[in-house]
Design a protein around this ligand. Sequence first.
Ligand SMILES: Cc1cc2nc3c(=O)[nH]c(=O)nc-3n(C[C@H](O)[C@H](O)[C@H](O)COP(=O)(O)O)c2cc1C
Length: 274
Amino acid sequence: MVFEKGKSCRFVYFCGNDNRNKMKTIFEHRSIRKFSNRKVEESVIERLAEAAGRASTVGNMQLYSFVLTSDEQMLKKLSPLHFGQVERMNAPLVATVCCDVHRFSRWCEASGATPSYENPLWFVNSAIDASLAAQNMILEAEHLGLGICILGTTLYTAEQISELLELPKGVIPLTTIVIGYPDENPPLVERLPSTSFIHRERYEDYSDEKVREIWSEKESMDYVKRLVEENGTRNLAEVFTLKRYNAEDNATYSAKYLAALEKQGFFKSSKSDK
Ligand SMILES: Cc1cc2nc3c(=O)[nH]c(=O)nc-3n(C[C@H](O)[C@H](O)[C@H](O)COP(=O)(O)O)c2cc1C
């Protein structure tokens, strides 16, 4: 859906009152799930890496690594760990975004300093670093005319991905960005009104009525109605709670990710664990 200046638009939250130009790359983002056979050029890869590295980072420590996969054999091995999505999308380049306290710790040790970053606090810090760097990479990719899709399946198979990519302790996959030249042009996907997630001065809690109103526009859309029907649920909320992200899967995959975190050495929470 394209919103032209001066024309009324149904999603008023996209319009705002400020006449200054919006950053096109942000406002035209849509996930791409079908890529052409064109390879991503090395010069582009270098630019994406540079963009990732310019994000804010805790203490300027840059607690992330991106493992790039473009080799056909490696893509074939990676794809099942994303439930076939890599091959289905014809992805030429896959960036596994990792939290990484290993490199910084290695530097500390090599300098005779004693690091203490393999714990939950620094997992979260490195997850913030990695997410910000990933979003920078995404924005630069889209700015250059490439498309991207994030793969949340990374969290479900983090242990196997760690083995395949030979990640050392202190490094764990956080998410994955599939990158390539688009072979489709999907429409913009709607969002909740910004008033639903922006609170002024204090958090304003949601009454049942208010929270239903927030989702009402989405629920009235034809594709959402079809989704509910296809899933045989009573409403959109149940598509999430019973089907897409249900309690059983949530418990299973939480346990798996916690186990992967432990294996990758992120639980040295007490001083005696060192
Ligand atoms: C953490 C995360 C995990 C995601 N996992 C997947 C995925 O496994 N497969 C997929 O096709 N899209 C995935 N997406 C993309 C979302 O489905 C998409 O961003 C959302 O539906 C909004 O659509 P848009 O990006 O086109 O605006 C993921 C996005 C995020 C942020």
